[in-house]
Design a protein around this ligand. Structure first.
Ligand code: CP
Length: 344
């Protein structure tokens, strides 16, 4: 379909990058969510269509991943596109070849590029030079494919429109996940609370940018250090790991004492006052001693659980596996929307 024949009532995301939530309008975000739901239903109906046949995407990871990588590969394959995974040591990026040169080369070879790494500036530079859509698979600042997934998951598991949904994020409010949840809430008009100790609350720039959009959508954004007030009445409680990949060892010593009171446990879910509250986590989670990192932290800090108790993680409120599955459908929607169009 040429640009001139694109339906006027459907946002046109063809050729656009997906770098952070607030680059998009509420209408674009809603259309991506609707497309993700449609692709998921199509797949489960057993009659999927392939909208990206003949296309190829590069998946450039400077940090490791399970869900994001798997979702991009499956999304591309499901839509008939080829993909090439370039792992944290498997390309010249940053060592023998600059971001700019890598972006220009991959842009000549591929129809789109996914990038995961530390700096938001890197994914923005790739988008500037590649000449094809670039998708942010996580940077230290934003995790937009995750928040798109979180929005779809809340739409499914909270049983109400997102504009009527309330949720709390407990943990490091300065993190990419907290920032992306605030931005997403602003776009969909939700009631979002970041519940974090005073030293770990979202940067003013993030809150100001999200609040400007919230003023146009009716979203309510709150930052508090009071767990009981922050979770009162919410439909969903989110959390994330306290220290991310690539952060220094010293971060544990700083954050563990600050964040133990913000662990999501049965008491936190009870404090919501909502018997149907849902628990969400982008994963991976430290809820037991099943990983070498969790055991190392346990040895040093005597913590058998970190951001979420094992009871909550495995309990009836938990929807983390629905959420993990939705990485595929939301990433597939981003690929289809930017490479073929929202109504392809
Ligand atoms: N949630 C998330 O981004 O998971 P991965 O790190 O496994 O991709």
């Amino acid at each position: 379909m040429s640009a001139s024949t694109f339906p006027a009532d459907v946002p046109d995301l063809r050729g656009r990058s997906f770098l952070k939530e607030l680059d998009h309008t509420p209408a674009e975000w809603a259309a991506l969510l609707d497309l993700a739901a449609r692709l998921k239903a199509e797949h489960h109906s057993g009659q999927p269509r392939q909208r990206l046949r003949g296309k190829a995407v590069a998946l450039l990871f400077e940090k490791t991943s399970t869900r994001t990588r798997a979702a991009f590969e499956l999304a591309a394959a499901g839509q008939g596109a080829a993909s090439t995974y370039l792992d944290p040591t498997g390309s010249h990026l940053g060592h023998k070849e600059s971001v700019e040169d890598t972006g220009r080369v991959l842009g000549r070879l591929y129809d789109g590029i996914e990038y995961r790494g530390a700096a938001q500036a890197t994914v923005e530079l790739l988008a500037d030079v590649a000449g094809v859509p670039v998708w942010n698979g996580l940077t230290d600042e934003w995790h937009p494919t995750q928040s798109l997934c979180d929005a779809l998951t809340m739409r499914e598991v909270c049983g109400k429109p997102l504009a009527e949904t309330s949720f709390a994020f407990l943990g490091d409010g300065r993190s990419n996940v907290a920032a992306s949840l605030l931005a997403m809430a602003a776009l969909v008009g939700a009631d979002a609370r970041v519940v974090a100790p005073p030293a770990l609350q979202p940067p003013a720039a993030v809150l100001d940018a999200a609040s400007a959009v919230a003023a146009t959508t009716g979203a309510r954004l709150t930052v508090t250090d009071d767990v009981a007030a922050g979770v009162a009445g919410v439909d969903a409680v989110h959390t994330d790991v306290w220290v991310s990949l690539g952060e220094p060892e010293s971060a544990w010593a700083e954050r563990v004492p600050l964040l133990v009171p913000y662990r999501v446990d049965a008491g936190v879910l009870a404090a919501t006052g909502n018997p149907d509250v849902r628990f969400l986590h982008c994963l991976p989670a430290f809820h037991d001693l099943g990983t070498s990192l969790a055991r190392a932290v346990h040895e040093r800090y005597e913590l058998a659980e970190m951001e979420v108790s094992d009871e909550v993680f495995r309990g009836p409120a938990s929807r983390v596996l629905d959420q993990a599955e939705n990485r595929r459908w939301t990433i597939e929607a981003v690929l289809v929307a930017t490479l073929a169009g929202l109504d392809a």
